[in-house]
Each structure stands twice: as C-alpha cells, then as structure tokens.
Ligand binder design. Structure first.
Ligand code: FRU
Length: 495
C-alpha cells in the first residue's frame, strides 16, 4: 500500500534527483539517489537483476528517520534507481525502518525483513525500541506484513536489550528452511551478541541459538551481522561500535570484523578459529554479502564511518556511497577480497610500464594519470639494500594528493588523505601491517571521483577511503627513498 509518507518520499526523490548532475556523483560507485545513505540492505539477485536497498533519509544529507532506498543493476557496476520502497509510517516502525535483508519466496514473491523502531522515553532519555518486521513485494512495490512485528523482546534470550535488537540478515539453508542472524545487546554483560533464528515459511520465526558474543572484545555493541559459508568454512561478519585499538588489527571507533570458524548445526555452536578486520582504511562499515547465480560470494559495504559522517556541510548535493562490490575467498585462515570481475569490461586505454628503475625522488610515467582508474602496481628493490620508503600519490595537483606509503623495514602500509579536501580535524591516516619486508609488494588501486580502494597483494588487506579532492587533481606520481623497480598497468574506467 502506498501510504502518504511513501508517496511524499517518492515524489521528493524524483524531483530533487534532477538537481544533482552526473559529474557531481561517483562514476562507478552507487551513491544515494538524494539526501543521505548508510547501510546496504536487502542485497540480492531477484528476477534476473541485482537489487540493493539502502538506509535512506531523502530529505537532507544527514541521518534522519530511516526509509529504504532502492537501486537495481545487471552488472553490479551500473545502478538504476527505483522508487523508495519503505517509509517509517506504521505504529511499529514510525521512527525508522532500519537495516535488514531479503529472500525470494517459493511463489516468486520478494520478502524483506527489517528493524522497526519506535522511540520511547525512559528517565528523560529517548531510546528506540527495536523489533523485526516484514514486507512483501515484487521487486518494486512492497506491502508491510499485517502481523508485524514478527520478532520482538519476548522472542530473544533473557537479558537482551529491547533497545538494541536489529539488522536481521536472512538466507535459505540447504535444508530448505529459512534462517536469519540479528544482533542484540546483552544488558548484563553490556556487549553485542549474534542470535540465530529459524523459520519454515519466512513468516513465523523462532530463536534457535546464540552464535557469538562480544565478551568484552572487539568493541561493544555489534551491528549488521552476516553469516555465510565460504570455501569450506563458516564466516561471521559483523560491525562493531566503540572499538579500542588492538595493535594494527583493530582501530578506534566503529569497524567491521570477521570471524572464521565452523558451525555445528546439531549443537548450535559456532567454533571460532580466527578474527580480523575486514578493511584497514577509514571508510568501510555494515557490509552485506550475497551468493551470485554463478556461485561467487560478493560483499558490498557503506563507504563511510560513523565518526566523521556528520561533519559535512548541509549544502552537499548528496551524502553516502557504497564500496565497489568485492568478491570474497578464504585462504590460510584469511579473507581475501577483489573487485568484482564485472568492472574489468569498463577498462580502456591500457598503459603499461615494466621494471622502471628510479632512485631517491619522485617520478611520473607517461600516460599514468586520471581520476577514474584501475591501476596495478608492483614494487621491487633495485639493489641488495632494500629501499627505505615508497609512496604512491594520486588525485594529485599542486594543492591536493592522496597517498599510500610503504616502509618495508616496518612492513607497514599507510594511507593518508590529509590533502584530499578535508577541512576537519578528523582521522586522515591509517596503517596496515602487510609484511613484505623484502620490499616486494603489489597493490591495486581503484580510484573514483570521491574514493580510493587499495587492494594489497592478492587482496588479503584492503584500505578504503573517501576523498573530496577537486576533479582537476588527476596526477599520479611515485616516490622512493633508495632505489626501486616499479611496474604499472593502468586503465581508465569508462562507463
Ligand atoms: C549501522 C546501523 C544499523 C542500523 C542502521 C540505522 O550503521 O546503526 O545498526 O540498522 O545503521 O540507520
């Protein structure tokens, strides 16, 4: 049913969208249709297309009562906006339709599960009571389910907080039943936990087991869980709030981690083996994954971070974009990521330089330039003595640049966006331990108008950052302290 609130949102986005010109947007990353975007929601392949919904506040470029925006794609690169699918317009979700996921029902219908939020005041503090709700649709229009909510406080283990019960991620199991993971906060222990629910029909849900608990590690509250099988392992992916840094593994603020392990469905126990951060850059949160029809596990995330996302001026034409969808695999207990192969069909203008030797200073290479590029770079020491430092600078002119620098003796790669257009005293750098102490390192840069994603080696470490550098900053240069050989393969990305 099209409520007035949804009709208003649809009319507003259609009108306002016209004020944003294509060159004000990323070239190949999905940005919000208008206003504000955060988490990806309901990511799926449905009736021959990829669908991506998102946390959406159409009315201005800041977070507000959450709607669900909607876009579809044939190739995971070009997205077409469809009308907003949900507005916070029911008694059980009047303060927000928070994150959730989707499923295809046996009759071909499309089922969304999301978190309904209703604010309530206790002791002078306003907090949102959160329950899980459903909507059923056809890939364009959705009706909220008459028996909403389908999961609420009475369905979750004692001690769970009603204010932090959210972000259901559903899938269909091999046994044909439907499963969902969602997070809650354990009010006595104070940390996030991931609960597993099961359903025979997608409409009646029951609690099954608790997959993992925070237990005073990896931040406090957890959000946006995902649980999937990959390369013979089970992977729990979750975003954590309020993290304390731990070496270079986790850093302050909100971040996303994965736990690799094995789930025993008979005992309902997830045996954890190892945990790591998903992305070591600055802007990455709340990812969702799907399995594509050809069997790839693809992840997409909100390319932002909660500590800085409210610092922009209200006059920006839009705020919030997604990462490039990334293909996942597991090797030696680690998650590997690479940009979806679909991006490769948009490569043009191949430029290659092989084993260019240079010493003590900066060089640029003929044809290596541009603001929307896919570039792979290999660095090797040119002498027995390994160089001290190597740096790649891009989105560069006299005033701006974004840099990635590598000190082989420390085995540390650093991303730095101090000179990338920010006027705020926020985090501009992050470091990742990458090893490569012999000075041989490979990285792939995916650069778009407002972001950079660096895939190290085979994708075992990734660093993602947004930038706001002016478009005329399109130089790419290389610096070395010592001597090195560099090889570069560069393409323009032309959509
Ligand atoms: C994560 C999150 C979710 C919630 C949504 C609200 O970024 O806080 O837990 O569902 O954003 O917009």
């Amino acid at each position: 049913m099209l409520t007035q609130a949804l009709r208003d949102a649809r009319r507003f986005e259609e009108e306002k969208e016209r004020e944003i010109t294509p060159d004000q947007r990323p070239k190949y990353h999905l940005s919000t249709r208008v206003g504000w975007l955060n988490d990806p929601n309901g990511f799926c392949y449905y009736q021959g297309k990829y669908h991506l919904f998102y946390q959406y506040h159409p009315y201005n470029s800041h977070w507000g009562p959450m709607h669900w925006g909607h876009a579809v794609s044939m190739d995971l690169i070009h997205w077409e906006y469809l009308p907003c699918v949900m507005a916070p317009d029911q008694p059980y979700d009047r303060d927000g339709c928070y994150s959730g996921s989707s499923l295809t029902l046996p009759d071909g219908g499309h089922l969304l599960m999301y978190t309904g939020v209703v604010n309530e005041e206790t002791d002078g503090v306003m907090r949102g009571v959160q329950t899980q709700c459903l909507a059923i649709g056809d890939g364009r229009d959705y009706d909220k389910y008459e028996n909403n909510p389908v999961l609420s406080l009475s369905d979750i283990p004692e001690g769970s907080s009603k204010y932090d019960f959210r972000d259901p991620k559903m899938w269909q199991g091999k046994d044909g039943r439907y499963y969902a993971v969602a997070v809650t906060n354990n009010s006595s222990k104070g940390g996030g936990q991931v609960l597993l629910f099961v359903s025979e029909d997608g409409f009646k849900w029951g609690y099954e087991t608790t997959i993992a608990s925070n237990d005073d590690r990896i931040g406090r509250m957890w959000e946006c869980p995902d649980f999937f099988e990959l390369d013979g392992k089970d992977v729990l992916m979750c975003s954590a709030m309020d993290m304390l840094p731990q070496d270079l593994k986790y850093y302050n603020g909100n971040g996303t981690f994965y736990i690799i392990g094995e789930y025993d469905p008979d005992r309902g126990v997830f045996k954890e083996e190892t945990d790591h951060a998903v992305d070591y850059g600055i802007d990455f949160y709340a990812p969702q994954t799907i399995c594509t029809p050809d069997g790839r596990r693809i992840m997409i995330a909100w390319m932002q971070n909660w500590d800085t996302c409210n610092l922009h001026t209200p006059d920006v034409p839009w705020f919030g974009q997604m990462t490039i969808p990334r293909e996942l695999s597991i090797k030696d207990g680690r998650l590997y990521q690479k940009p979806v192969q679909e991006i490769e069909q948009f490569r043009e203008g191949y430029v290659s330089h092989k084993d260019v030797r240079f010493s003590d200073g900066e060089i640029s290479l003929p044809g290596v330039k541009g603001r929307c590029v896919d570039m792979t770079l290999t660095i090797k020491p040119a002498e027995d003595k390994v160089y001290q430092k190597f740096a790649l600078r891009f989105a560069e002119n006299a005033k701006y640049h974004t840099a990635v620098s590598f000190r082989p003796h420390e085995g540390i790669l650093k991303i730095d966006r101090k000179f990338s257009g920010s006027r705020r005293a926020i985090i501009h750098q992050r470091r990742a331990a990458v090893g490569c102490k012999d000075g041989c390192i490979r990285m792939r840069l995916l650069l778009d108008r407002f972001s950079a994603e660096i895939f190290v080696g085979e994708g075992e470490k990734v660093m993602t950052t947004t930038i706001t550098t002016e478009m005329s900053a399109d130089d790419i240069t290389f610096f070395v302290d010592g001597s090195a050989y560099i090889s570069v393969e560069k393409y323009d990305l032309v959509m």
